[in-house]
Design a protein around this ligand. Structure first.
Ligand code: ADP
Length: 326
């Protein structure tokens, strides 16, 4: 049966882009496939960070994932740095990855353009990601669209390692992406994808008031200047969020009201806020309960690391044996 692996960086709060692009799929797929979810803290340290804050964010990320519906009774949730085989396999993969492929990665180019000095970890990020996935010989990776290029590199690495050391066997499967219908959520500025590193997010656990303070000024159809101008829902980020959160009949109504200038953008955003509450209030409630039980969260992460280490040790032992390193 196909095994699922995916990860999320604890570099900030879990936001609606993460939730709609990836986490919702994890929650659904965990009942159909063995599922491993990693809080990838070694990825999060590739840009400047505060250690105390990272400690807090790792825990908050675990709370957010569990509150969003990742169920530790069926899925395995763990901290990447608790399983040292991730970096061991990464080193091995570094040695078969051409530098040119890494320099061509769009995320590397974007992120490095925003840094004063670029560290080697940022460049190697997709190799660590390949190690994360292949360590568990996962074949399905539910991610947002922004990860497609990295995943292609994981396939290249799997293929190259199999060809060099697989002894005629495809030891590592070539992992395939699984996308949601909302594979790319834009930030509230309408300029770039919603991302922890861009400051344009709505956090999954933010309160109704906090969400409204962000939604109210959020960019809509740039061509709609006056309330009496008809809007173009297909270019409006708020309409896309309606499609993610509102029932189909509301989405249809929103479309009609926008294109006939029946509603202004604020009316439309108020309806969106109600739809979001329907889905997010229970998640916030579960998060509040989990924050009261830090020991339970620790237990989930510890059990996850133990289960993952058993698989990871075996993979690394196999790899070392085939590479003359045993
Ligand atoms: P971020 O870019 O916010 O740091 P991560 O790199 O931790 O997010 O990604 C975690 C998951 O969320 C990945 O599968 C990624 O593809 C997905 N994701 C991140 N941002 C978005 C977005 N704006 N729309 C859809 N999916 C996203």
């Amino acid at each position: 049966m196909s095994r699922i692996f995916s990860g999320i960086q604890p570099s900030g709060e879990l936001h609606l882009g993460n939730y709609l692009g990836a986490v919702k799929n994890w929650v659904q797929l965990q009942h159909q496939h063995p599922t491993i979810i990693s809080i990838v803290d070694y990825h999060a340290i590739t840009v400047a960070y505060d250690p105390e804050l990272l400690r807090v964010r790792r825990r908050e990320m675990a709370v957010s994932l569990l509150a969003a519906g990742v169920d530790p009774n069926v899925a395995t949730v763990f901290l990447q740095s608790a399983v040292p085989e991730h970096t061991e396999l990464q080193w091995i993969f570094n040695t078969i990855t051409p530098l040119g492929e890494l320099e061509r990665q769009t995320q590397f180019k974007d992120k490095s353009a925003r840094q004063e000095s670029v560290n080697a970890g940022l460049l190697m990020y997709p190799v660590l990601q390949a190690a994360d996935i292949l360590l568990y010989r996962a074949d399905l990776v539910p991610v947002g669209e922004d990860q497609m290029q990295h995943l292609e590199l994981s396939r290249v690495i799997a293929r190259r390692w199999n060809a060099a050391f697989g002894r005629g066997e495809d030891y590592f499967p070539e992992p395939q992406a699984v996308l949601t219908p909302t594979r790319r959520i834009m930030g509230l500025d309408g300029q770039a994808k919603m991302s922890k590193s861009m400051g344009n997010t709505i956090g999954l656990l933010e309160t109704r008031d906090e969400i409204w303070a962000k939604l109210r000024p959020a960019v809509t159809d740039p061509a709609r200047v006056r309330k009496t101008d008809p809007g173009h829902p297909d270019v409006c980020n708020i309409y896309h969020l309606h499609k993610a959160f509102s029932p189909p009949e509301t989405v249809k109504h929103v479309y009609e009201q926008c294109t006939t200038a029946g509603w202004g953008c604020i009316d439309c955003k108020k309806v969106l806020l109600e739809s979001m509450d329907q889905e997010l209030v229970p998640i916030r409630r579960r998060a509040a309960e989990l924050r009261e039980q830090p020991q339970r969260v620790d237990e989930v992460l510890a059990a996850g690391a133990t289960a993952c280490r058993a698989i990871a040790r075996q993979t690394v032992a196999d790899v070392r044996e085939r590479m003359g390193l045993d």
